[in-house]
Design a protein around this ligand. Structure first.
Ligand code: ZN
Length: 496
């Protein structure tokens, strides 16, 4: 049984679906005015793993992840750049989609844009006005929080407290337009000279929250099975999504609310506004993107993920120790895969049985994910599996060694499980391992050609029985982190 922690009830509870076998999932997408940073990467990797788990559990999933392409930040950035807002939004939408694919995230089934749902927004806002849940005020339209009987239920806040908190934050202009300090905008009147859209209430733009109530219900119906997003969205964004949708449709909005923790730097949330962020693409040339994905899985999705990096004397970033550690583990996955591929067919024999560590991976991961998407446990299961594959390869490659066919097939099935469930190990082992090796060598000032030349010089020295010189070459390379491996088909090398 699949159970996730639900923010609304405050408990871990079974996923209950509106229609058996069908899951409608909505995740708040990015505001496209800049490149995705590691906080975004974590969020969408988490939901990608969640969606994979639902699918692997036999559910037919409709995954909707929106694009916020109408927003003040987009307008501000486009004015700074001298670029059309639409062009800027399209550019960063494409960059976001590309980055998510590089991180191994499957595309959502539907990726609605706010700019394509303005009619739906007008309709829902009008319905809320007609039902007495919203009111127009000098070109703005506000949602009346007092009209919503259980406003505050998701964030477990008391309306009285919110009112006293909100009143202190408003300027005079807002106070005069609102009936109640905690009321929030469904439509905002446009300022002179700023891009806007025509609405029944005049020119302006939608409030941020209304878009998700409209896009989610447009694609998934009035009641969603699961809604996800970052922890920072619980209040006010998701609280307001519920209020708008439930007051408009009269039906429960969502059964299950899942929220992922932040990527943190020194205990503070990584955010554009704080300036303590790294974009995902900044890291793509430093580490394997898969290592970033792996790193995200090493911590429970609800916990904060602390990011660390190292600096040189001039304050330049020199490395990301945790992600580099994750890269070593991804490397180990590919090395193991390569070893299995290298077992000669004649050593694979029909007799013998496969150990539990090889056969139990799928079940182990599935059970870990059923229990509130426990990715660290799933990653631990993968480590046990890889260890068992290496042991099987050790046994197969020793003199007169054999590999039971059952073990071989269980190992292949295990790698397939890692690909489909975790989105790891999907690339070609040789190419991936060489990429990492060459990058590490380059960091020490060596090109693959340099290393190959040294390997050749060493082979020549050995051929001339000059073993002292051959050893010196090996030692010099080793000091630069380059290790040589002599095999029946010549010498290969790796970089640590
Ligand atoms: Zn949203």
């Amino acid at each position: 049984m699949i159970r996730f922690h639900d923010t609304l009830s405050g408990e871990k509870k079974p996923l209950s679906l509106k229609v058996e076998g069908e899951a409608g999932v909505y995740v708040c997408g990015p505001t496209v005015y800049d490149y995705a940073h590691l906080g975004h990467a974590r969020c969408y990797v988490v939901y990608d793993v969640l969606i994979r788990h639902l699918r692997e559990s036999g559910l037919n999933v409709k995954y909707v992840r929106n694009i916020t392409d109408i927003d003040d930040k987009i307008l501000k950035r486009s004015a700074e750049n001298g670029e059309e807002p639409t062009a800027l939004a399209e550019r960063f939408t494409a960059a976001f989609q590309e980055d998510m694919r590089i991180l191994g995230c499957a595309d959502p089934d539907v990726e609605p844009k706010v700019s394509e749902h303005l009619e739906g927004i007008f309709e829902m806002v009008q319905t809320l006005i007609d039902k007495g849940h919203a009111y127009e005020s000098d070109g703005d339209v506000y949602f009346s929080v007092e009209s919503c009987k259980d406003y505050g239920k998701l964030s477990h806040r008391d309306l009285e407290q919110m009112l006293s908190g909100a009143s202190g934050r408003l300027d005079e202009n807002q106070t005069s337009r609102k009936k109640n300090a905690a009321d929030f905008a469904l439509w905002k009147k446009g300022k002179e000279g700023v891009e806007g859209w025509d609405s029944p209430w005049g020119r302006g733009r939608p409030g941020w929250h209304i878009e998700c109530s409209v896009m989610s219900t447009a694609h998934l119906g009035p009641t969603l099975d699961l809604h996800g997003g970052g922890l920072d969205l619980v209040f006010p964004h998701h609280e307001n999504e519920i209020a708008q949708a439930e007051c408009a449709t009269g039906q429960p909005f969502c059964d299950h609310w899942v929220h992922n923790g932040f990527v943190q730097v020194d205990g503070e949330k990584m955010a554009k506004s704080v300036g303590n962020f790294f974009t995902a693409r900044e890291l793509f040339h430093r580490v394997l993107p898969e290592a970033i994905r792996f790193f995200m899985m090493t911590v429970h999705y609800r916990s904060p993920l602390n990011l660390d990096w190292t600096l040189d004397d001039e304050g330049n970033v020199t490395g990301f120790p945790q992600i580099e550690e994750a890269e070593k583990r991804v490397e180990y996955l590919y090395q193991t895969r390569r070893r299995l591929n290298a077992v000669p067919e004649k050593r694979i024999i029909d007799s013998g049985i496969a150990p539990r560590e090889l056969t139990g991976l799928e079940k182990g991961i599935s059970e870990a994910f059923d229990d509130d998407l426990n990715m660290p446990i799933a990653v631990a299961r993968v480590s046990e599996f890889l260890k068992a594959v290496n042991e099987a390869c050790d046994a197969a490659m020793k003199k007169k060694g054999k590999l039971p066919k059952a073990s071989y097939e269980a190992a292949l099935a295990g790698f397939a499980t890692i690909e489909t469930r975790l989105g790891l190990g999907t690339a070609d082992p040789e190419t991936t391992l060489n990429t990492v090796r060459d990058r590490r060598a380059a960091a020490r000032g060596l090109t693959p050609a340099d290393v190959e030349a040294q390997i050749e010089a060493r082979a020549n020295a050995r051929a001339e029985k000059n073993f002292e010189q051959a050893d010196e070459i090996r030692k010099a390379l080793s000091e630069k982190g380059i290790e040589l491996h002599d095999g029946p088909e010549g010498t290969t090398w790796s970089a640590v």
